[in-house]
Design a protein around this ligand. Structure first.
Ligand code: DGL
Length: 280
């Protein structure tokens, strides 16, 4: 990033966060907790979800459009709160845009490689994230003595989006998906899709207490804070009362999104607006 661009970014500018839909709200929730002074512009691509079954080219094209939209709000940094988009588009976006951009995969990989005791790490994620082998790449860069077992769980995203977080149907599907990871005796399991923390209790019940669940959202928010500090962009001032600190945009179904968001984030979501992302 050029010095000139860095100089133009201001501490009180918002952070841009995006996902294919509602999953990124689990990351937003952590950012709100860990850096409460920051303003956030969130975009959920609800018209084009899921990303997990789409190609790299398509997900990268969608991500570029979203980044252009977020930049119209003069964001000071971008968080790709979607594992699939992080796996497919992060490296291109890092080269193309002039502000810091971080994904959720690297932070999750780092924690998993630190907490495993037996060196057997499981990753559950979309077909795209598993197929990209991105977690294996980052984890083995840190520690090459671990083995990573990936399992795509394509039905989890629709179950989460349908609000079936604690439901016998979700239990049954989770049991089938997770059986092989239990047989392999992993001791660490990465929730490698930002939707999955919403069914964390179901996964925890099935995996048992000896398996550590890693939610990359926590570590992503921590790394974001460090990054903002390092770049001199951390907002030290509390936003003024009445200022619209958190703004939410979607590509379809703003009302449904708003209801969903309010059940995840215990903070009144003031507005959710539909925009035509194809225009960007
Ligand atoms: N939440 C997204 C992720 O973390 C994926 C959901 C989807 O398939 O769109 O990968």
């Amino acid at each position: 990033m050029s010095q000139e661009i860095m100089g133009m970014l201001t501490k009180d500018a918002p952070i841009g966060v995006f996902d294919s839909g509602v999953g990124g709200l689990t990351v937003v929730r952590e950012i709100m907790r860990q850096i409460p002074n920051e303003k956030i512009i969130y975009f959920g691509d609800t018209a084009r979800v899921p990303y997990g079954s789409k190609s790299k080219d398509t997900v990268t094209r969608f991500s570029r459009q979203i980044v252009r939209f977020l930049q119209t709000h003069n964001v000071k940094t971008i968080v790709i709160a979607c594992n699939t988009a992080s796996a497919y588009a992060l490296e291109d976006l890092e080269k193309e845009i002039d502000i810091p951009v971080i994904g959720v995969v690297k932070p999750g990989a780092k924690v998993a490689s630190e907490v495993t005791r037996n060196g057997k790490i499981g990753v559950i994620a979309t077909e795209a994230t598993i197929g990209s082998k991105i977690y294996s790449k980052y984890i083995t860069e840190i520690n090459k003595d671990v083995t990573i077992f990936g399992k795509a769980c394509p039905l989890f995203v629709p179950l989460v989006e349908e609000g079936l977080w604690q439901d016998p149907v979700t239990d049954e599907i989770a049991r089938r998906y997770l059986a092989e990871l239990i047989d392999i005796d992993i001791d660490t399991l990465i929730l490698g899709c930002t939707h999955y923390p919403l069914i964390r209790s179901t996964v925890a019940k099935i995996m048992g207490e000896d398996v550590t669940l890693v939610n990359p959202a926590y570590e992503t928010a921590r790394e974001l804070k460090e990054l903002l500090k390092e770049k001199g962009l951390l907002n030290e001032k509390q936003p003024a009362l009445g200022e619209n600190q958190y703004r939410f945009f979607v590509s379809d179904g703003a009302e449904k999104f708003k209801r969903f968001a309010n059940s995840i984030i215990k903070y009144g979501i003031l507005s959710a607006k539909t925009i035509n992302i194809e225009e960007y």
